[in-house]
Design a protein around this ligand. Structure first.
Ligand code: FES
Length: 207
């Protein structure tokens, strides 16, 4: 999403509405605190946690994240609006992200993008009428040697040709990830205990 400005005279959050973050989500965010020197530093993991749980990060969720991290809500919005990965409004069940950087462009990413648009009848930043797919383009997806690349949720599709698109979209398992998710994300507190302290690393280097 793009940078946003807000009208500060009009409330964007209903103060009387019940909280949108469950205690489990708040606890998951708090579990990242031991990894960082400040709570603010846990903002990106917090956004991931909330988007994983709720599908997107609404203005109400931003305000509650700010409370947990003890930072201004504007700081949450600043960070969220910088990354296309985060959504402040509902998105499709699956998000297709096509790379628009050089290697993929050279290898035909434009044709793949057009085919996705034609197949799904959706434009960039749009969501299909049935709510199944949203479409985005982003800069390099870090798999340039497999260009053109396309993500469906967290599943990377490599060397995608325009002719492959219909088959990929029809595949109900097109977003299934076979690799386990990061241990650091799933067990942040435990991982923090296992990580060496900066001072230990220095001593190891000095030895
Ligand atoms: S340029 Fe497309 S993955 Fe890097």
């Amino acid at each position: 999403m793009a940078w946003q400005t807000i009208d500060r005279l009009t409330p964007v959050v209903d103060e009387k509405a019940p909280p949108v973050l469950s205690e489990a989500v708040r606890e998951k965010i708090r579990s990242f605190f031991p990894r960082y020197e400040t709570r603010r530093a846990a903002l990106l993991p917090a956004l991931h946690v909330v988007q994983d749980a709720l599908g997107h990060v609404s203005k109400a969720a931003m305000k509650e994240i700010a409370e947990v991290l003890e930072i201004p809500p504007s700081a949450v919005m600043d960070t969220l609006s910088f990354y296309t990965h985060f959504w402040d409004h509902p998105k499709g069940k699956k998000v297709i992200v096509l790379c628009r950087s050089l290697s993929c462009q050279v290898m035909g990413a434009d044709r793949v993008l057009q085919e996705v648009k034609d197949q799904l009848k959706v434009e960039e930043h749009g969501t299909t009428a049935d709510g199944q797919y949203s479409l985005l383009t982003e800069e390099c997806l870090a798999a340039c040697d497999h260009a053109p690349c396309m993500l469906i949720n967290e599943k990377m599709h490599k060397r995608v040709k325009a002719d492959d698109v219909a088959k990929i979209i029809k595949d109900v398992k097109n977003a299934d990830v076979t690799m386990p998710r990061s241990h650091l994300f799933d067990k942040p507190a435990a991982a923090a205990v296992e990580l060496p302290k900066t001072s230990d690393v220095k001593e190891m280097k000095d030895a």
